[in-house]
Design a protein around this ligand. Sequence first.
Ligand SMILES: Cc1cc2nc3c(=O)[nH]c(=O)nc-3n(C[C@H](O)[C@H](O)[C@H](O)COP(=O)(O)OP(=O)(O)OC[C@H]3O[C@@H](n4cnc5c(N)ncnc54)[C@H](O)[C@@H]3O)c2cc1C
Length: 409
Amino acid sequence: MRNWAGNIDLGTARVARPESVDELRRIVAGSERVRALGARHSFSGILAGAGDFVRLDGLPPTVDIDSVARTARVTAGMRYAEVAEALHRAGFALANLASLPDVTVAGAIATGTHGSGDTVGSLATAVVGLELVGPEGDLAERHRDVDKDDFAGLVVALGVLGIVTKVTLEIEPSFEVAQSVRVRVPLEEVRARFNDVSGAAYSVSVFTKWDDYANLWLKRRTDRPATDLELGKAADGPLNPVPGTDPAPCTAQLGVPGPWHERLPHIRFGTTPRLGDELQSEYFLPRSAVPTAIAALRGLRGILGPALHVGEVRTVSGDDLWLSPAYEQDSVTFHFTWIRDAIRVWPVIAAVEEVLLPLGARPHWAKLTAMTRDAILSVYRRAADFRELRQKADPDGKFGNDFIEELFS
Ligand SMILES: Cc1cc2nc3c(=O)[nH]c(=O)nc-3n(C[C@H](O)[C@H](O)[C@H](O)COP(=O)(O)OP(=O)(O)OC[C@H]3O[C@@H](n4cnc5c(N)ncnc54)[C@H](O)[C@@H]3O)c2cc1C
């Protein structure tokens, strides 16, 4: 068994697929070490096991909407696409989605997964409540308004504080989005006018191979005033973010309005290949670092170009979640979709980190990094508090693996 990209061997561990929370509780209580699997879209050692695995897609999928509280309590192993469909049918929406909606709610929030938008946080910032199974098979309910001291440590938790079975998410009334693409935007203009670029729509992605140009994906909410951005020129047909590839799997463009969940992701549900032909890395930087980071990455274009399918720059607003890469910092994320050739890609990752680390880069938990344990922990002010939380929640490390032990044992 492997992850989606095929770069992590998950071994031949036992994978249980419980059909009820009680069955899950018995499995957890009876395991020496166990980790949950989501859609297996992570690229890093965070996904590796150390004993048994459980997958939660056998639990009944439910989306219980409280329209007064503006929340939805959902089965944690559901994919965002399924949750989004149910919410939209009932007239509600989530503030944001990742670039593809195939990931599970629990798997995405555990790693700080994000979309883009100056005014929107990562997907984990929508979480107000969690139900989770602890190491003895105990079932706990945690809520942001009740567990004030440590709730912020429980959400982006890398799968180590328990198996999450239900997630309560903040929702809002459904909205429409019109997506358009501007092509051949000089990268120098993006660097010089980054605030105008990232503020030009509700959600903006800058795609580039770090040569002279970028393409801008602008996702405008139709219920908010439009901003003009006369950079580059409007695309005259649908495009794939990866230059020269088929746009068929992509969400509708050319400014045609549609429901939020059919525009915010770049890729339509279920249209990505079952196994990916790519590796990924990503770094969160403070917004003030953008001009220097763009100039530094342009300086690496000679080695980036051959190793990249494409790069993407997005924005994420800061939050208070201890292990969130956007912790207390409005962030700009620099993402790299690499070719699936680890031998060629690792030296390029090291070169990228050499220029981004001094700027305060925090790596995405689910993606590849060559950063050392100390370098990673040094950018998380609450790392010691998280270690203490883990010690209390799971003193014997039942939910750990090598990646976690190296960081937090
Ligand atoms: C094609 C592609 C596009 C992507 N786009 C984006 C993007 O736009 N933005 C972004 O930020 N990231 C993106 N990612 C990364 C992806 O969002 C993360 O890897 C995310 O964690 C994947 O969710 P998953 O359901 O596959 O979880 P998995 O990869 O299966 O698991 C991730 C972690 O969550 C834990 N976990 C899973 N379920 C539970 C549970 N029930 N209880 C406790 N812990 C659990 C696992 O143990 C593991 O530690 C992308 C990845 C791919 C392959």
